[in-house]
Design a protein around this ligand. Structure first.
Ligand code: ZN
Length: 410
């Protein structure tokens, strides 16, 4: 994908803003001798921005505008260290809502819909992003937040919610609860807008069938506004990313080289009009690819494929590079299994081992299916895992993003 002249001009404005404000990145760009860019080649020489830099800026070192222009901050997860604080100006907040409104529109949602919002509110960008887009669209927001399944279902029935916003694991949990209670005929959902965590076709299929709804994948991350910077349309050919606000690249996570459209790699995003905390070539560590060609819907926004995992999830086992997605695809070829799985990697007696936990119902011969899965992994990827089969419902379902790969080696 080529950066357009207009996008390049916007990047130049962002660079000027950063250098003038002398924030963390402004100083960095100045030291690197970066000035105005004239071409894609110039752009591709710009240094990447990393989450670790953002942590170093804690608390407000990313601020690229006078403080009186900041109307809000958000923070990304602090579970792996110092949190990251992103300041937003009024325009940033408005731009984000405009993008989110577009996401709902691409999904065919209108001001007649009642949008049931289960992502959390607070420092997170999640809930409030869904809400602001909903209000701008003029639909009715039902700001539930996460948890309390009992109340979720009651409100969903009483208020006749038509759209469910949730992570995929929470949508699955709700779908299972609805099936268990036999209340599907009291549920009025027609669409699901699902957060961008990695999820397989099998899980989609279960949510879609159990709830009888159309599903839309929404993309985003706190560092770049939040959820709502892209979504798939009804043709489901990938997530349209709003290129009037963002420039997206795919790079080889090992070498940093920009990859051609169609090839899988790490998503790198540059903000084009952000004021509070512009980011140049931010490495998301999400793996995807840019889908070449045009969407039948006629929109020209570039499209990203489903998020296939995290570049930090790449596992080296017995010298072989493995992505969770590869294992997931193999598991998906066994119709006897549920959509849930867990991978545990450990180092025992001088050797790396992978244990794969899968779920199935009691009618299947556990030993036989474990053997067949192990053989398929061996033939496709090149090593034999230990496969443990458990009863349906044993593996953890969470309201937050499910952690499916656990590396116990370090
Ligand atoms: Zn489309």
């Amino acid at each position: 994908m080529e950066i357009t002249a207009n996008q390049l001009q916007l990047v130049n404005k962002q660079i000027k803003r950063l250098i003038d404000c002398q924030n963390f990145y402004g100083r960095k760009l100045k030291e690197a001798g970066v000035d105005q860019l004239a071409s894609k080649e110039d752009f591709e020489k710009l240094p990447f921005s990393e989450k670790d830099d953002l942590r170093e800026c804690y608390p407000l070192g990313l601020m690229a505008c006078p403080e009186e222009e900041v109307v809000r901050i958000h923070s990304s997860s602090g579970t792996t260290g110092t949190p990251v604080i992103i300041p937003y100006t009024r325009k940033d907040v408005e731009d984000w809502a405009i993008m989110f409104k577009r996401c709902y529109e691409l999904a065919g949602i209108t001001n007649k819909d009642r949008i049931h919002i289960t992502p959390g509110y607070g420092l997170w960008t999640a809930g409030i992003g869904f809400q602001a887009g909903c209000e701008l669209l003029g639909a009715m927001a039902i700001p539930m937040g996460p948890g309390n399944t009992e109340k979720q279902l009651q409100m969903m029935m009483d208020l006749k919610s038509t759209v469910l916003c949730a992570t995929s694991s929470y949508a699955l949990l709700l779908a299972e609860e609805i099936a268990k209670r036999g209340i599907k005929d009291k549920i009025h959902l027609t669409k699901g807008v699902i957060g961008s965590e990695r999820w397989g076709e099998k899980m989609r299929k279960r949510i879609r069938e159990e709830l009888g709804i159309e599903l839309y994948d929404i993309y985003g991350l706190t560092e770049i506004y939040g959820p709502g910077i892209g979504v798939n349309c009804k043709y489901d050919t990938g997530m349209h990313i709003f290129d009037d606000y963002l420039y997206t690249e795919i790079i080889d996570p090992e070498t940093g080289k920009v990859l051609p459209d169609g090839e899988w790699g790490e998503i790198v995003i540059t903000t084009l009009v952000k004021e509070g905390a512009p980011l140049i070539r931010y490495r998301t560590h999400d793996l995807s690819r840019i889908i070449p060609g045009n969407c039948p819907c006629g929109r020209t926004y570039p499209r990203l494929d489903v998020i296939a995992g995290r570049s930090d999830d790449m596992m080296k086992i017995k010298g072989v590079n493995v992505f969770p997605k590869q294992i997931e695809e193999i598991l998906a070829s066994f119709p006897e299994l549920s959509s849930e799985y867990q991978i545990r990697i450990s180092h025992l007696e001088g050797k790396d081992t992978m244990r794969i936990y899968v779920e199935t119902n009691g009618t299947v011969d556990f030993l036989d299916i474990a053997r067949r899965i192990a053989e398929k992994v061996k033939s496709r990827i090149g090593f034999t895992p230990l496969v443990k089969v458990v009863e349906l419902g044993v593996l953890p379902r969470s309201e937050k993003k499910s952690k499916r790969v656990i590396d116990e080696r370090f």
